[in-house]
Write a protein of this length. Structure first.
Length: 142
């Protein structure tokens, strides 16, 4: 009898988050995504969604939190690696822009949140944005 392969803790959650970002990266607006569409993209059954998120709003807010953690970690690393204070701003902005270009879907999601009508997303997104949020549409073509 074949043993059922178990997933690592957090693997399904990560797949769901990545699936939502992949759909946003293909031009979809996060607000238009549905649970079935995200789970289909992730390759998991729809019921598994509810083990990790209450609803799509919860998924969106957790994506905002995730980006906030990433941004804080990047800026902390920039401060630790820059020896001259006058170079800190240039280094920080350079790291941010490089990361944003390499993770376009994540930043498209955040730009949608900043420009959107949903107050919860806009407030959460704005709270996590530490550099240049007003310029994201121009920089990333959103």
């Amino acid at each position: 009898m074949a043993e059922k392969q178990r997933r690592k803790p957090g693997e399904t959650r990560e797949k769901l988050m990545n699936a939502a970002l992949a759909l946003v990266g293909k031009g979809r607006h996060f607000a238009s995504l549905g649970i079935r569409e995200v789970t289909r993209q992730a390759g998991v059954v729809p019921t598994s969604f509810y083990r990790h998120f209450r609803n799509m709003d919860d998924l969106g807010l957790q994506l905002v939190d995730e980006l906030g953690l990433v941004l804080r970690r990047m800026m902390r690393e920039a401060r630790a690696n820059v020896l001259q204070a006058d170079k800190l701003i240039d280094e920080s902005v350079g790291i941010f822009i490089s990361h944003a270009r390499n993770n376009r879907s994540f930043f498209m999601f955040m730009a949608q949140g900043l420009a959107g009508r949903a107050g919860r997303y806009r407030k959460a997104s704005a709270a996590k944005c530490v550099i240049l949020p007003a310029n994201w549409p121009m920089i990333f073509g959103v």
